[in-house]
Design a binder for this molecule. Structure first.
Ligand code: KG4
Ligand code: ZN
Length: 325
């Protein structure tokens, strides 16, 4: 079964063809990073306009790289939330048009569920029950999964998401955009010597990253940052310690068989290594390219939803604040 995945929730226009929820036949991504870098962050209106320019060429490219025609497809999976309304609309309306023209089943996908399913694009499948830590630009969620499509939210951020914290820290340290990769790069030549607050918020599985951001801002304002690499390393280490510590304790509390990592921040090497090193449970982490936004994960998720008979119709709409659980 071949599914065309389409992803336009934020600033990446992506299309992919995935066979049987596993084999990536193509995975095309048109990034807008350079355009938004000029503004130091994503400008929603600019993102929407760019999606409308890129969507048709990126789908054509995904189809031709996969070596398939419309008649070879079995379904279309598209992200319909959460994300930027204008950006989501481009993907959803394009998917609806293809679905109508070629009489193909349409499957609306939650972007966060897509991130989680990047972990199924491997021969070695995760087993239930599991705990997934999804860390992206908009979310930091700890989710218990007892089966396909069965989610219980165990913890979430109370303020900034982990990726958002990386982005804001990079801006404070004037390291550039997007924040995650530039902090990681700077941290590689620094030492985590600056004490920054780690927000454990005892008695809850929730996260909070606004305190560490404020502490960093104060240090910058008071001239307390002598070495930006040390500041980046200290910030990265403090955020990762809390993410890893909470993911492991929650997984143990809920008797999970394994821990999954997902979302753009899962591309962070320090986070990947620390989770693998510290976890007493097996850990699943997608390859780097499947951590940040892509459409292969949307097609993979679409496969499992299709198997469960969960398709959408042409009334499918965008839901910018779509919840997973
Ligand atoms: O999942 P994603 O590509 O888009 C959203 O769904 O939000 O995640 C983007 C976020 C950004 O905040 C970016 O700074 C962060 O992921 N990120 C990283 C790294 N690569 C991307 N954070 C830390 N280290 C990285 N290497
Ligand atoms: Zn994402």
């Amino acid at each position: 079964m071949k599914i065309l995945g389409i992803e336009t929730s934020c600033d990446e226009t992506a299309a992919a063809v995935v066979e049987d929820g596993l084999k990536i036949l193509s995975n095309e991504i048109a990034s807008q990073v350079e355009i938004h870098a000029r503004y130091g962050g994503i400008v929603p209106e600019v993102a929407s306009r760019q999606h409308t320019l890129s969507i048709v060429p990126i789908i054509q490219s995904a189809m031709s790289k996969a070596g398939v025609g419309w008649q070879d497809l079995d379904a279309i999976a598209v992200t319909n939330g959460p994300g930027l309304a204008g950006s989501l609309l481009t993907g959803v309306n394009t998917a609806k048009a293809i679905s109508l023209a070629w009489n193909l089943p349409l499957i609306g996908i939650n972007h966060l569920e897509g991130h989680i399913y990047a972990n199924w694009l491997t021969d070695n499948k995760p087993e239930f029950p599991l705990v997934c830590l999804t860390v992206s630009g908009g979310h930091s969620d700890l989710v218990l999964m007892k089966g396909h499509g069965d989610y219980t939210l165990l913890g979430r951020t109370r303020d900034d998401a982990a990726g958002e914290a990386f982005d804001k820290a990079a801006r404070l340290l004037e390291l550039g955009y997007p924040g995650g990769p530039v902090i990681e790069k700077a941290a590689a030549s620094g030492k985590a010597t600056i004490p920054l607050p780690k927000s454990w918020i005892k008695g809850t599985n929730d996260f909070s990253f606004s305190g560490i951001k404020t502490a960093l801002r104060r240090l910058v304002e008071e001239g307390g940052i002598i070495n930006k690499a040390d500041a980046a390393a200290s910030f990265q280490s403090a955020v990762v310690e809390v993410l890893v510590g909470k993911a492991i304790s929650v997984a143990q509390e809920y008797d999970a068989c394994q821990i999954l990592l997902a979302g753009g921040v899962a591309a962070n090497k320090h986070l990947r290594q620390k989770l693998v090193n510290d976890s007493p449970l097996p850990v699943f982490i997608p390859p780097m390219i499947l951590c940040t936004d892509n459409a292969a994960m949307i097609a993979a998720c679409g496969y499992y939803r299709f198997q469960a008979g969960k398709t959408s119709d042409l009334s499918l709409d965008v839901i910018p604040d779509l919840k997973l659980a």
